[in-house]
Design a protein around this ligand. Structure first.
Ligand code: TPP
Ligand code: MG
Length: 342
């Protein structure tokens, strides 16, 4: 059963709805669609040359951060990686500020100084995306240490990929987090690829949560394209962490529809990524599976979904048009925010 998680032909059916109110389910759907459409807009803008820096897109992986973020508080500290649009938008769906940042505008999340891979939104608990693979894992552990020392019941969340697990620092972090019983959730987004290389060419197993056994850290392995399962399981795990039981690892199997970076599909650059696989993984779409379940349960309809899609399309168009017209930061602000002596 668990082995099937990496088979693109499996887990394509509608998901089991349990425990969530209609309001919560609609919110999951709306947030996932919003994140998807935001990233699709970025893909198109990048292809057209309107966006100048690289964008790492997580289309297809939306259920993970949407399911987890619902269980977080604004005082929790979330640390992302290079593919973090969804991590941030799940906490604060302000796609206008994301567009502005990626276009280098003063109104962006990092005042236009960072772009896609240096996002920051402290007010909503997002402590940063960064291009250095595994670069934030130790920061998340440090934040958890601070939270524990201050006896403040906040937790850290560290998003990392199946490629990041291959960095030594991650294993030092697992060990330290366990030894100090820190309030941290490590979320491994296993999309089976690191850049262009499939996990079977890099590791003796397709699952990375096995590393938790070396440090006696509890872990759970799940279908990352099932928002209800992600939400329900992370809720229980986060409650345990919040109540002083130390770290946990949650590994979520998923797949990104785009290639490693920008709008291309990467079917021609490496091993084991065929057009057919991508088509099969698209059938495991986290949005479609939730929507179908809601329709089967007579909680939702295609008509309502069209209305929702139209509304989000319009909001995205408005936000993009506004961000495009926004001013760039002044040249001297770089001394204040990037090369500051303070
Ligand atoms: C320290 C470091 N090594 C290598 C790279 C180049 N690099 C960027 S993303 C990436 C793959 C990361 O894979 P994973 O952690 O699985 O995340 P995904 O891209 O699949 O979301 C690599 C090797 C880097 N940015 N930093
Ligand atoms: Mg990966």
């Amino acid at each position: 059963m668990i082995q099937n998680l990496v088979n693109p032909k499996k887990f394509q059916q509608p998901i089991l709805l349990k425990g969530n109110s209609l309001r919560e389910l609609k919110k999951f759907l709306e947030t996932m669609i919003t994140i998807r459409k935001t990233e699709q807009k970025l893909a198109l803008a990048r292809e057209k040359g309107l966006v100048r820096g690289p964008v790492h897109l997580g289309v297809g992986q939306e259920a993970i951060s949407v399911g987890i973020s619902k269980n977080l508080k604004k005082t929790d500290k979330v640390f992302g990686n290079h593919r973090s649009h969804s991590h941030l938008l799940s906490l604060n769906p302000n796609f206008y500020k994301l567009f502005a940042e990626i276009l280098g505008k003063k109104t962006g999340f990092s005042k236009g100084m960072g772009g896609s891979m240096h996002l920051y939104d402290k007010a909503n608990g997002f402590y940063g995306s960064t291009p250095i693979v595994a670069g934030t894992v130790s920061l998340a552990v440090g934040a958890a240490m601070a939270a524990k020392k201050s006896k403040f019941k906040s937790i850290s969340v560290s998003y990392l990929g199946d490629g990041a697990i291959e960095e030594g620092v991650v294993h030092e972090c697992f060990n330290l987090a366990k030894m100090l019983k820190l309030p941290i959730l490590f979320v491994i987004e296993n999309n089976l690829f690191a850049s262009h290389m499939h996990i079977s060419n890099r590791q003796p197993s397709e699952f990375t949560s096995r590393f938790s056994e070396a440090n006696h850290i509890p872990y759970k392995l799940l279908d990352g394209n099932n928002v209800v399962a992600v939400h329900e399981n992370s809720k229980k795990i986060i409650n345990k962490i919040r109540n002083g039981n130390g770290p946990s690892i949650l590994e979520l199997i998923t797949f990104r529809w785009y290639g490693h970076v920008d709008w291309r599909e990467d079917i021609d650059v490496g091993v084991k990524r065929s057009k057919k696989d991508i088509q099969e993984w698209k059938k495991r779409d986290p949005i479609k599976r939730l929507s179908q379940s809601m329709i089967h349960s007579k909680l939702w309809s295609l008509k309502k979904e069209k209305k929702l899609n139209d509304k989000i399309d319009l909001e995205i168009k408005f936000a993009w048009d506004k961000a495009i017209k926004d001013p760039f930061p002044s040249k001297d602000s770089i001394h204040k925010y990037v090369f500051s002596k303070d």
